[in-house]
Design a protein around this ligand. Sequence first.
Ligand code: DC
Length: 225
Amino acid sequence: MSPNPPPIVVAIDGPAASGKSTTAKRVAATLGFRHVDSGSIYRAATAATLRREPDSARWTEALVLEAAQSVTLEPGAGTFHPRLDGRAVDEELRGTAVTSRVSLIAGMPGVRRWANGMVRGAAAGHAVVCDGRDMGTVVFPAAAVKVFLVADPAERARRRVLERVGRAPTEAEVAAEVEALLRRDALDERQTQRAADAELIDTTHLNQDEQVARIVALARKASRG
Ligand code: DC
C-alpha cells in the first residue's frame, strides 16, 4: 500500500495590499482547505511587544521573542486568528501602531524562525492556503502551488482606501496611500521573495472572483497530479 501523499500547500506571496489575504481566504473556503495568514502572526508579535515596551526604539530580538510567547493561533471560521494571552486582538492588529512597526520585527532572523514555526504548526497535516511574503520560498519551498500576486501601486492604494473608508477614494487619498505603500514595500523588500517556480498573477485588471478562480484552478490541477 502506498503511503498517503502529503496534504497540498498553496503558497500565495506578494507585496502589501496586493490582495493576498482576502484572496487566500476565499481560495481556502472554496477548496475546503485551512487558511493561514502569516502577516497576522508578525502583527501579533508586534502587538505583544508594544504591550511590553511602547518605545519601539528599544526593541531587541530577545524582547520580541519573549513577548511573542503570549501569541497563540485560534482556529476560527475559515482562518486562524492570533490571540494574545488568550484574548482576541483582530482589530488591534490592523491599527496604525502595529502596522507602522511590524517591518521592524519582520527583519529579525530569530523572529522569522519563530513565525515560520507558527505557520508550519498551523498547517501541519492539513491541506492549506498560506499567504505572506516568503511562503513559496522559505516556509514551503515544496508547495504544490505557488503564486506571486502583484498589482500597480495606484490600484493597490485604491483598494486599500476603499476597504478603509467604504467609498470610492479621492485622488488625494490614493496619492497619499501610494506613498505609504511604497514606503512599506521598501521596508519589506528583503523579505518579499518571488519563488522561481511561482505563477506571477497581475491583479491590476482582475476582480476578486477572477483572482480566486485562477488560483483554485491551479490547485485543482495540482491535486489531480
Ligand atoms: O501582509 P501584512 O501587511 O499583514 O504583513 C505584515 C508585515 O509582516 C509586513 O511588514 C510584512 C511582514 N511579513 C513578512 O515579513 N513575512 C511574511 N511571511 C508575512 C508578513
